[in-house]
Design a protein around this ligand. Structure first.
Ligand SMILES: [Zn+2]
Length: 90
């Protein structure tokens, strides 16, 4: 999601999250520049850009998370997941 529309959406979601990173809660000084979109459920597992699956995170958190699942969600989904779906090396 690029350009002005993506920028506005990042700012709106950042505002809904209290102007903070979803993961480390660090406040954004300039959400339009600092906030990055992150799919709560990795896009590879559930390809949707719907609002309920989008959060904004600071750069370091987004890189750290990459395509991993939040732990709580992982436990919920565990019965349905395969190693392949998670990209886990055997
Ligand atoms: Zn963060």
């Amino acid at each position: 999601m690029k350009g002005a529309a993506g920028r506005r959406k990042r700012v709106r979601i950042a505002h809904e999250q209290g102007g903070r990173c979803f993961y480390c809660r660090a406040p954004f000084k300039a959400p339009a520049d600092e906030a990055t979109f992150d799919h709560y459920v990795p896009y590879t597992l559930w390809p949707t850009n719907e609002r309920f699956n989008l959060v904004v995170a600071c750069g370091p958190c987004n890189e750290r998370k990459a395509a991993t699942l939040p732990l709580g969600l992982l436990l919920v989904l565990r019965p349905w997941l395969t190693r392949g779906a998670l990209g886990v090396a055997a």
